[in-house]
Design a protein around this ligand. Structure first.
Ligand code: C2O
Length: 642
């Protein structure tokens, strides 16, 4: 099927922009040496599990060897005082140091020699020398994820979501993306991946590459310095809303034990209309300060039953076992709350960051782009339980449908129980407060001198070519718009510093410095909270609040939440910090696809003289292919391009 972009209300109007020129502390010694883990006693260790999951898309693993302890004694109080040598001569200790600690159901905090849950992966990470390769092919096709009927979709390897990308901590991923759509460019972003010294693989067209033209491929190569759960998606306008999305698992240690890894479990809003069209309607609505259209349904792992067709995602759980579930909100516009009936979650990661386990979580709120890895125990009466995914109306999210999935105990027949349709709580969109497993302080000494405020506001760039005034979102007082064929990285490589004003470049010249940002929403705005996402880094969330930030606000420098996506509260502020430690050009933006399309972003140009550029010959050929395609492309750029 030939992809047709529906251009309904054509008031799109970036054309009239004026483009003009525009601009220590380490977390202390690694504590690996002191990390001492109790090995499991031999009587308890062998909960080796064979998993069968009836969901087709949930990868099951946990085939990793369970730990068999070498210690014989059941004495539990012995102390191993140091580092890398195991007290092997002692027969009275059941404790081993990290270097001898093997990852298993009862020792998830272990990993491999010298690395464990206590390793801050910004400071240190394994390098396995192994390369894991994938091929992703994007096509325009049709899909029918919830039974509503066939609609136009853009899919990765013809599935929704696309294939799970899986590697281990320290592996190199090499992923070849082929654009087999006829009439759309694309670029693939690996959300949350740090891209240490590999910003050319960040997948942001107009910043780190030209789009991949139809018929062309690009191979993204990067080292997995982090571990945990994430997702990938197109960064070509609102394209991922049509299905160009998939999930990522990087196996590594965990701060909570579990027997069975159920794999990724993305939840997403879904529209029966083509996402580009919904985007245009949203822009039209914004002119009257009206909200975007509600989504039509919520997909759970790419599927739902709309009442007249479709099917629920089905997951099999094993009685008595602890299960790890990797929750991801891959929506374009909606905050989503999830719960599994009668099975409270223990949250153990926030985005890629292991956190001090938070047990007893009933409904868990995920902003767009956020992840929580949770553990639950299958300790209820054997049967089938509802998994619920509902838009968070307290975050101004809206949907005509809700998401459901079925979790069934192994050996039981899948049979949907009566749905209580319980109302999710209203927390005024408050984000779960998480504490990183590693205690990390943020340098406070330069806060006052370095602090900068980025204002989120509506921008009135003027009269568009169709004579209509257009209202757009702006961050740092200007609406972002990149040119697909003029990526920032190329400009930096060419030593061309005439970044257009609409590139919203903020330079961070020196590595090592701490930078601090108040994202401040103007009180005159329509009030939606914005999920703010940073590329190339995690940030530390020093604080957030309603109203205008004041210097008397209490901020947490001692051990703040760390993650890559955090919520700017409605008509409020969000205080973020990150240390310059990764040269590159890094986008920071609202992850509501409509909002970044309408310009709500900036890019940090960090240590431009130290950037490790990708192969610029290959980079150049990708741009040439794009430029020649762009001469005749049917659908011109009509938004920020992001
Ligand atoms: Cu999911 Cu710009 O990112």
């Amino acid at each position: 099927m030939h992809f047709q972009k529906v251009v309904g209300v054509c008031l799109l109007a970036f054309a009239s922009f004026a483009w003009a020129d525009t601009p220590h502390y380490l977390w202390g010694p690694d504590r690996m040496g002191k990390m001492v883990k109790r090995a499991a006693t031999s009587s308890k260790t062998t909960s080796k599990t064979t998993i069968k999951s009836s969901t087709t898309k949930v990868a099951t693993s946990s085939s990793k060897k369970t730990t068999t302890t070498t210690a014989k004694s059941s004495s539990t109080t012995a102390k191993v005082s140091s580092s890398s040598t195991v007290a092997s001569s002692s027969s009275s200790t059941s404790l081993v140091a990290d270097s001898a600690c093997t990852n298993g159901p009862l020792t998830r905090s272990c990993w491999s020699s010298g690395f464990s849950i206590a390793t801050d992966f910004d400071q240190k990470h394994p390098t396995t020398g192994k390369t894991v390769s994938y091929n992703l092919e994007i096509t325009n096709t049709t899909c029918n994820p919830d039974g509503n009927g066939d609609q136009q979709c853009l899919l990765v390897n013809n599935q929704l979501p696309g294939p799970v990308i899986r590697a281990s901590w320290g592996d190199t991923l090499s992923i070849t993306v082929t654009n087999n759509m006829q009439d759309n460019g694309t670029s693939m972003h690996w959300h949350g991946i740090r891209q240490l010294n590999s910003c050319g693989s960040d997948g942001v067209n107009g910043i780190t590459e030209c789009p991949i033209a139809p018929g062309q491929s690009k191979t993204y190569t990067f080292l997995c310095t982090q571990f945990g759960t994430s997702w990938y998606h197109s960064h070509f306008s609102s394209q991922y809303g049509m299905g160009v999305v998939g999930t990522i698992i990087i196996d590594g240690p965990a701060s909570s034990n579990y027997d069975i890894d159920l794999g990724t479990f993305p939840v997403s809003d879904w529209y029966y209309a083509d996402a580009y069209k919904v985007n245009e309607i949203t822009l039209d609505n914004l002119q009257q300060q009206n909200p975007p259209p509600p989504s039509d349904t919520i997909l759970v792992n790419g599927t739902n039953d709309n009442g007249s067709g479709g099917s629920y995602a089905k997951v099999t759980v094993t009685a008595g076992k602890k299960h790890r579930l990797r929750l991801i909100n891959t929506s374009v516009d909606n905050f989503i709350r999830v719960k599994l009936d009668s099975h409270p979650f223990t949250v153990m990661t926030a985005d890629f960051i292991p956190v001090k386990p938070l047990p007893g979580q009933d409904w868990v709120l995920l902003a767009i782009g956020q992840r929580y890895d949770v553990v639950f125990t299958a300790n209820q009466t054997a049967g089938t339980y509802w998994f619920r995914a509902e838009v968070a109306t307290d975050c101004y999210s809206a949907s005509n449908g809700k998401g459901r999935a079925l979790f069934t105990y192994s050996g039981q027949t899948v049979s949907a129980p009566t749905d209580s349709n319980e109302t999710p709580p209203d927390t005024t969109c408050a984000e779960l407060t998480t504490t990183p497993y590693w205690t990390q302080a943020v340098d406070q000494s330069t806060f006052t001198s370095q602090l900068e405020t980025l204002n989120v506001d509506l921008d009135f760039p003027g009269v568009a070519t169709n004579d209509q005034n257009v209202v757009l979102w702006a961050l740092n007082t200007s609406t972002m718009k990149i040119a697909w064929d003029q990526p920032t990285l190329q400009m930096v490589y060419d030593k061309n510093t005439t970044y257009p004003a609409a590139y919203d470049v903020i330079e961070i010249p020196n590595e090592g410095v701490w930078t601090y940002w108040i994202i401040q929403q103007a009180s005159t705005n329509p009030p939606p909270p914005h999920p703010i996402h940073l590329h190339g880094h995690d940030f530390f969330v020093l604080g957030s609040g309603s109203g205008t930030y004041s210097s008397s606000a209490t901020l947490n420098f001692a051990n703040p939440p760390r993650r890559d996506t955090s919520t700017l509260p409605s008509a409020g502020w969000l205080a973020l910090a990150f240390q310059a430690n990764n040269p590159g050009a890094w986008l920071m933006h609202c992850h509501i696809a409509w909002h970044i399309s309408e310009g709500l972003g900036v890019q940090f140009l960090e240590a431009k003289n130290s950037i490790n550029f990708p192969d610029m010959t290959q980079f150049g050929s990708q741009c040439s292919a794009w430029k020649s395609y762009a001469k005749t492309m049917p659908y011109k750029q009509d938004d920020s391009g992001l």
